[in-house]
Ligand binder design. Structure first.
Ligand code: NDP
Length: 606
């Protein structure tokens, strides 16, 4: 991997915007369903077995009834980076509570063949500089990312206190004792001076509500619980030899399916890919990272420089150089270059939005043309084309997905936006035709738009018995997305109401981790028992957030998906799910200044 100056783009042919928009709307309308999120099945009762952990055996242990300085819910990136920063700040009794059997979060569960990060490893994998790990590829595969999680856990001693295969059931503030009381499904009932929450948005798998789904007599599993005993192979890419005589269905064509379909196509006797909405699949161009090149750039502070450079290129900053150079920065560069071509008097929000739209149309035309250039069978190629704006759904990047449809034995079964009609004892039905299969793999995603309480498994109980669901009944309220009034000594580690940088979520988390460690250190050094955002500071922050342009991704006119609440009106509360109006770069600079000032403005220490 090397860095070169940012590429410039040749002028693209003119785009018939009206015709494209009409097509986008027609395709969206086909997919709209009145049941929205209710179309999906929760994995409980007879479906609960889909949640079982295939990777690690559960170990019996005594319930915990002790006290720790800091308890963190979630052992993924959020918990790991916060835990690491706390340890660096001298807070060593940090307890991470994790429902999986090890650290890793997303990367613990998602071990499907081909899983890899979609944002460059150099900025996606947390704490590379601190751990001294050199990513082996521009886009690392899942086992390497899981190992990085374990490395962080080991290096910072986070395993010592961790509770795995443990789900928090109740978190309750004890004001008299200035501490949180934590209860879990393993009978634990312990206390902590401070808590952190990093449960992530995508950790509860869901199944499509297809009639007959429970009647299937073959084998089936969700992609986040890959059954290598059944398929053969392993997450490192060993061939799935046990599928050689199998007919396999995969339902869903989102980011997960895009990564695992090529591996299935190579392994199965026959593969049926059931598609409701095609993903946009742009070039991946993964390359190994050259150790010599890495040594030349890995000077002190390198990862922070890369993080800031990506964010500046991608999210509203200015940067001369583009270190990462990928699909994310390409899209932003195109938009910027169009806006810069506008005459001075045309620099109005409307014209800038039109410039944004133009570059999106152009980009999507390229992505659709790419399908034609790769997929041999023309009808299949037509059906693999995405008709929506690129950020309506999670953009995908892959150099083998479209090619997989040229493999003999791999069939695209397009449902024309309607979804699978039925599942029988022996197969999958679309448009009245049954496709008999031995195995169904559900690449059907995760719960996003459902209630926080349902996904988290608990509802935080703060000061005077106030529940988080009540505090946020009319929308999220926080300072920096981290501190919430009436919930003292609690910290949220997530992007919303902060930078809201969706293209590189870990950047949001590492910045939050820093802020939390500094705040806790300050509380401890000052002998304070409680730290809480004042109502005035929280109100002012929320008011500032609402001055922005609102959500840029997942607009209501987009094709349905989890980005836009399945095309249903998300209600007035959703307008609070935004980031800092001036953009991610400005937010990180602001937060850095907030930390450096040492004033902890907006927080009350008691
Ligand atoms: P998604 O929610 O993106 O995809 C689910 C798929 O199932 C969609 O194609 C959906 O179609 C389809 N589906 C749902 N119901 C039916 C039905 N009744 N019939 C047929 N198809 C159906 O889940 P993924 O697991 O793919 O991805 C979730 C997210 O996880 C991504 O958006 C991304 O944020 C993250 N991810 C990141 C990766 C990375 O960074 N490397 C890799 C993989 C995932 P429709 O689109 O019409 O709803």
């Amino acid at each position: 991997m090397t860095t070169t100056p940012a590429a410039t783009h040749a002028a693209a042919p003119p785009v018939d915007k009206a015709a494209l928009l009409a097509r986008y709307i027609a395709e969206r309308d086909k997919r709209l369903r009145p049941d929205g999120n209710a179309q999906y099945l929760q994995l409980k009762g007879r479906l609960a077995h889909y949640l079982e952990d295939p990777y690690t055996a559960r170990v019996e242990r005594e319930p915990k009834t002790d006290h720790v300085s800091f308890a963190f819910v979630g052992g993924g990136f959020a918990g790991l980076v916060t835990g690491a920063r706390l340890v660096e700040a001298g807070v060593t009794d940090v307890r991470l509570i994790e429902k999986g059997g090890d650290f890793g979060g997303t990367w613990y569960w998602n071990r499907y063949p081909g899983a890899q990060c979609d944002t460059a490893s150099m900025i996606y994998m947390p704490l590379l500089e601190e751990t001294g790990h050199r990513p082996t590829e521009k886009y690392a595969h899942a086992p390497e990312i899981l190992e990085q999680c374990q490395r962080i856990g080991r290096q910072y001693g986070l395993y010592d206190n961790a509770l795995f295969h443990t789900e928090v059931e109740d978190l309750r503030w004890d004001d008299a004792g200035s501490r949180w009381v934590i209860s879990t499904n393993r009978g634990d009932r312990f206390t902590a001076d401070f808590i952190g929450l990093g449960t992530g948005p995508l950790h509860v798998p869901k199944l499509p509500g297809i009639p007959g789904i429970e009647s299937f007599r073959g084998h089936s599993f969700h992609t986040s619980r890959w059954d290598y005993d059944y398929t053969g192979g392993d997450p490192r890419g060993a061939p799935m030899s046990r599928l050689a005589d199998k007919r396999v269905a995969i339902i869903g064509t989102g980011a997960t399916a895009v990564q695992c379909v090529p591996h299935l196509a190579a392994a199965c006797r026959e593969l049926f890919v059931f598609q409701r909405t095609p993903s946009s699949v742009d070039v991946r161009a993964n390359v190994p990272i050259d150790p010599e090149w890495f040594a030349s750039i890995a000077t002190p502070g390198w990862q922070q420089r890369w993080l800031e450079n990506f964010t500046a290129n991608q999210a509203g900053g200015t940067a001369e150089e583009d270190l990462v150079q990928d699909g994310w920065t390409d899209l932003s560069r195109r938009i910027r270059s169009r806006i810069m071509q506008l005459p001075r008097e045309d620099l109005t929000p409307q014209k800038m939005l039109a410039a944004y739209e133009d570059s999106d149309f152009e980009k999507m035309n390229e992505i659709r043309a790419r399908v034609d250039s790769i997929v041999a069978e023309s009808q299949t190629a037509q059906r693999l084309k995405a008709w929506y704006r690129q950020l309506c759904k999670r953009p995908c990047f892959h150099d083998a997905y479209l090619q997989a449809f040229n493999t003999p034995g791999t069939h695209l079964i397009d449902t024309d936006g309607k979804g699978v009609e039925a599942i029988t004892e022996t197969g999958v039905v679309v448009a009245g035709v049954e496709y008999p299969v031995d195995c169904i793999i559900y690449a059907s995603g995760f719960e996003v738009g459902t209630e926080y309480r349902r996904r988290a498994g608990f509802d935080l109980v703060g000061r005077d018995g106030l529940r988080l669901s009540q505090a946020w009944a009319e929308g999220m309220r926080s300072l920096h997305g981290i501190h919430v009034h009436d919930f003292p000594n609690a910290f949220f580690v997530q992007p919303t109401q902060g930078a809201n940088l969706i293209s590189n979520v870990p950047h949001n988390l590492t910045e939050a981790g820093r802020t939390i460690a500094l705040t806790v250190r300050h509380a401890l050094d000052g002998g304070y028992r409680q730290v809480e955002v004042t109502k005035a500071a929280q109100d002012a922050w929320v008011a500032l957030l609402l001055t922005g342009v609102g959500r840029m991704i997942g607009a209501p006119d987009c094709t349905p998906g989890y980005y836009n609440n399945e095309g249903q009106n998300p209600g007035p509360a959703a307008r609070f799910n935004v980031g800092y109006p001036a953009g991610a770069t400005a937010y990180f600079a602001y937060l850095d200044g907030w930390r450096k000032s040492g004033a902890f403005e907006g927080l009350a220490f008691r």
